[in-house]
Design a protein around this ligand. Structure first.
Ligand code: SF4
Ligand code: F3S
Length: 106
């Protein structure tokens, strides 16, 4: 499956959700995750993210391997999202910032 990684936290542009043919994106307060049991590896979402936060499970950036388990865990708790919405007003300020994991809201 594909995995949403750290750069999505507090950016949450949601461009990714509309292309998914199997509706496997789930939305939390400031982050999105992919349900690994639903993802069919179609690859359509990966180029949609303007800040390259989506990777195949086998190609997650070094140091972000824990996001694989985090996507699986949070997709069980969070509701499905299929429609794009406005990103947070300060999303641009958070693009590419390191160490955003402590800012993840559940
Ligand atoms: Fe959905 Fe395809 Fe992305 Fe998997 S790879 S989350 S099926 S758009
Ligand atoms: Fe996040 Fe990128 Fe989707 S910022 S919400 S993975 S478009």
């Amino acid at each position: 499956p594909f995995v949403v990684t750290e750069n999505c936290i507090k950016c949450k542009y949601t461009d990714c959700v509309e292309v998914c043919p199997v509706d496997c994106f789930h939305e939390g307060p400031n982050f999105l995750v992919i349900d690994p049991d639903e993802c069919i590896d179609c690859t359509l979402c990966e180029p949609e993210c303007p800040i390259n936060a989506i990777y195949p499970e086998d190609d997650v950036p070094a140091g972000q391997e824990h996001f694989v388990a985090l996507n699986a865990e949070l997709s069980r708790d969070w509701p499905v999202i299929t429609t794009r919405k406005e990103p947070p007003a300060d999303a641009k300020d958070w693009e590419g910032k390191p160490d955003k994991l402590p800012l993840l809201e559940r």
